[in-house]
Design a protein around this ligand. Structure first.
Ligand SMILES: NCc1[nH]cc(CCC(=O)O)c1CC(=O)O
Length: 322
């Protein structure tokens, strides 16, 4: 007699190879292994385009899917079953056949200031005019230029460890990095200041992990639901809907902040010009269950306030290669 139950499945998890990506993926693997001890979860690493092109400013190459494409192909070709991403690196429109199956509990989503040791005890507000601030994000650049026009801003690429080494070598006076990445890599002792929403609204999805899999793989989807964090999901769905309707990738100056109180979700959003001169900002509140509707609503409010013109100007500049 043959057994009717199929043998326990081995699930293959895809991950980038950076230290941060691996910490995140091993965390997901561990959570799933605890919930499903009879299933085997294996980690498979892949290099993405974003890991290979390190000498060109992100804003110039455009980064839609830069850190996710190879993993997505791996899922479509069934080399891997799901992929763990920093949610902020995952484009708002996914390839046909793939789905965002789960969003895990968010770390602090804010941006952090990491100062060179010669500025110990200072804050971004007290750095001298001309101080060199390292960031590769147009969102951080625009907001900080708006508040601190007297600083010099310089692109910084490479993974977190490489960036820290460049700061320590004296190439920058300060770096602006995600709190979440520093915490996950055990470098929170390097954080001098956490930027409040009045100075920097964070990226869509920052601090959360997004897990993507094949849309028809109901078995994997139901496993992944076990590690979903509903409040983070609602907040991030509102943020992603806001970004999707504005049709910006991660490399346009769009920032957000969300809060949940009971069943109510508040979403703050901002669109700025790269030079920090123009900036529109507003807030919407509504039922958390209507997260995506709220995001779309805020996007149209900001469009009425001039976001469309700001975004069009950025796209023209990027096409011209300036
Ligand atoms: N684009 C790079 C990236 N993608 C995710 C993180 C940090 C972790 C997170 O936001 O979840 C970072 C580094 C940074 O912005 O400092």
């Amino acid at each position: 007699m043959t057994s009717v139950s199929s043998p326990p499945r081995t699930i293959r998890i895809g991950s980038r190879k950076s230290q941060l990506a691996l910490v995140q993926t091993y965390w997901v693997q561990e959570q799933l292994q605890k919930s499903f001890p009879d299933i085997t979860f294996e980690v498979h690493t892949m290099s993405t385009q974003g890991d290979k092109i390190l000498d060109v400013a992100l804003a110039k190459i455009g980064d839609k899917g830069l850190f996710t494409k190879e993993l997505e192909l791996g899922m479509i070709n069934k080399e891997i079953d799901f992929a763990v991403h920093s949610l902020k690196d995952l484009p708002t429109n996914l390839p046909e056949g793939l789905t965002l199956a789960a969003i895990t509990e968010r770390e602090n989503p804010a941006d952090a200031v990491v100062l060179h040791e010669k500025h110990k005890g200072q804050q971004i507000e007290t750095l001298p005019a001309g101080a060199v601030i390292g960031t590769s994000s147009l969102r951080r650049l625009a907001q900080l230029r708006h508040k601190f026009p007297h600083f010099t801003f310089k692109d910084v690429r490479g993974n977190l460890i490489t960036r820290m080494a460049k700061l320590d070598a004296g190439e920058y006076d300060a770096l602006i990095l995600a709190v979440a990445g520093l915490e996950r890599l055990d470098m929170s002792d390097r954080i001098h200041q956490i930027l409040p929403p009045e100075i920097s609204l964070h990226a869509v999805g920052q601090g959360a992990l997004g897990i993507e899999c094949r849309a028809e793989d109901t078995e994997v989807i139901s496993l992944l639901k076990a590690i979903e964090h509903p409040q983070t999901r609602d907040r991030c769905l509102a943020e992603r809907s806001f970004l999707r309707v504005l049709e910006g990738g991660c490399q346009v100056p769009i920032g957000v902040n969300t809060e949940i109180n009971g069943n109510e979700l508040t979403l703050k959003g901002l669109v700025a010009s790269v030079d920090g001169q123009k900036l529109v900002k507003d807030t919407v509140t509504g039922a958390a269950a209507d997260a995506e509707k709220l995001g779309a609503e805020l996007a149209s409010i900001l469009r009425q306030q001039g976001a469309t013109e700001i975004l069009e100007q950025i796209f023209t500049e990027i096409q011209r290669g300036s």
